[in-house]
Ligand binder design. Structure first.
Ligand SMILES: Cc1cc2nc3c(=O)[nH]c(=O)nc-3n(C[C@H](O)[C@H](O)[C@H](O)COP(=O)(O)OP(=O)(O)OC[C@H]3O[C@@H](n4cnc5c(N)ncnc54)[C@H](O)[C@@H]3O)c2cc1C
Length: 390
């Protein structure tokens, strides 16, 4: 069938979070005309409401070694591309187990397999770095390369890279619908009725879009064969003044973790629940109580020093393979090409990073997908600015 003739060569990316901005940077660098449309300010949603944990992949290494390797690579690419986004004075993450000395061997084997470097802590180092920790509680500890990062700084750098490469970025502009002709997307509708024709539309709209802009999704959300859009919610607690400049993660139990940001400690767990509504970011007391109980056990004297406590919950959306739907389990970066789905809709892709950390991998995958679709001969052109290979 001949390709439809499009009245525009433009690629419109809807959403200005990590997914949309990194995609814009890479596609613009490949010489393609790109417009990003963001309904609010850039990074308004999950991209700035997250914990700021730049994953090394260590947490995923035992169950998903390939994903762990991707995470580690993304971490290196982030350090290369935007070292300023790393929280100053904060080192690598201390991983440990509270009760199982024998698990150390399994974890280190998994980190070796995934290619993630690690370093035993020197004697007394734990005491120095986490003086308030009840040490009799800890079976073993090891330091890994996970870092605390400032999402706003990384987003600004991605936006600047995209603009420098020629992308147009329109914040505070809402995409209210798709311009459809039969089953082909011909562009987007902006605001009340501005039509913006496009050769390709990329939805990088994260979680809220499903409930707030259902007209964008009604055509595509229910028609995927391999993937389901799964909305996940997690809780975080921030305490100021912070505990320590050392991030840590407890590998057993609920996976309590700590990401320091300036003078604040942000605590989370590995608990992600599946919710039906992406706008559901109400705080659930039992979830907060789990964080509180863990902190009380590990840092019994901490409450004396805490001045302000701030709890929040956030949602994100992941495209999960139908056979893999387990909360928080496999945050793989995913590109859905809706033309390949059973009811095939042409000229629209949707993209999900899974974790903010995986932005660089998603952008490269997307660039390859788009250039292949366009039959471009420029596949090998331009090395990504976050490339760490020599
Ligand atoms: C509480 C929480 C903690 C997390 N912690 C971490 C962490 O520590 N480390 C990590 O790596 N990942 C973490 N994540 C995951 C990470 O934040 C997300 O994977 C990532 O930010 C998703 O980016 P995105 O660009 O796909 O979505 P979003 O950041 O949600 O961006 C989507 C954008 O699209 C815009 N939009 C939607 N609809 C429209 C429309 N119709 N028109 C125009 N614009 C529209 C929205 O305004 C929004 O800005 C966390 C997530 C949550 C919820």
């Amino acid at each position: 069938m001949p390709r439809p003739t499009h009245s525009s060569e433009r690629i419109v990316i809807v959403g200005g979070g990590f997914a949309g901005l990194s995609a814009a940077a890479r596609l613009a660098e490949a010489g393609l005309p790109v417009t990003v449309i963001e309904s609010s300010k850039l990074g308004y949603a999950a991209s700035t409401q997250n914990q700021g944990w730049l994953h090394s992949g260590a947490w995923f290494a035992r169950t998903h070694p390939q994903l762990a390797g991707l995470c580690y690579n993304s971490l290196l690419q982030t350090l290369e591309f935007c070292p300023e986004c790393i929280e100053p004075g904060v080192g690598g993450m201390i991983y440990g187990s509270l009760k199982d000395p024998s698990s150390q061997e399994d974890w280190t084997r998994a980190w070796d397999t995934a290619g993630i470097p690690y370093q035993q802590l020197l004697s007394g180092e734990l005491n120095w770095n986490l003086p308030q920790l009840r040490h009799d509680n800890v079976a073993w500890t090891t330091r890994l390369p996970d870092r605390s990062f400032r999402p706003d700084v990384l987003l600004s750098q991605l936006a600047a890279t995209a603009r420098n490469a020629g992308a147009e970025i329109r914040p505070n502009t809402v995409v209210t619908g798709l311009m459809m002709e039969d089953r082909s997307v011909e562009g987007v509708v902006v605001g009340a009725n501005e039509e913006l024709p496009a050769r390709l539309v990329i939805l990088a709209t994260g979680a809220f879009s499903v409930t707030r802009f259902p007209q964008l999704y009604q055509a595509i959300a229910t028609e995927q064969s391999d993937y389901r859009l799964v909305c996940l919610k997690t809780h975080l607690r921030a305490i100021t003044p912070g505990l320590s400049a050392d991030p840590f993660c407890i590998l057993d139990g609920v996976g309590l973790n700590h990401i320091p940001h300036h003078e604040t400690s942000v605590f989370g767990t590995s608990r992600w629940e599946i919710v039906s509504n992406a706008d559901n970011n109400q705080i659930e007391e039992p979830e907060v109580a789990i964080i509180e109980r863990q902190l009380g056990q590990l840092f019994p004297n901490m409450s004396d020093k805490a001045v302000t406590v701030h709890d929040w919950a956030g949602t994100t959306i992941q495209a999960m393979h139908v056979q893999q739907i387990q909360p928080g389990d496999a945050p793989l970066p995913t590109i859905i090409d809706h033309s390949r789905e059973p009811h095939g809709i042409e000229n629209i892709l949707s993209i999900f990073p899974g974790r903010a950390t995986l932005w660089a991998h998603l952008a490269e995958q997307l660039r390859t997908t788009v250039l292949e679709r366009f039959g471009s001969r420029r596949m090998d052109a331009s090395k990504p600015p976050w490339d760490v290979t020599v």
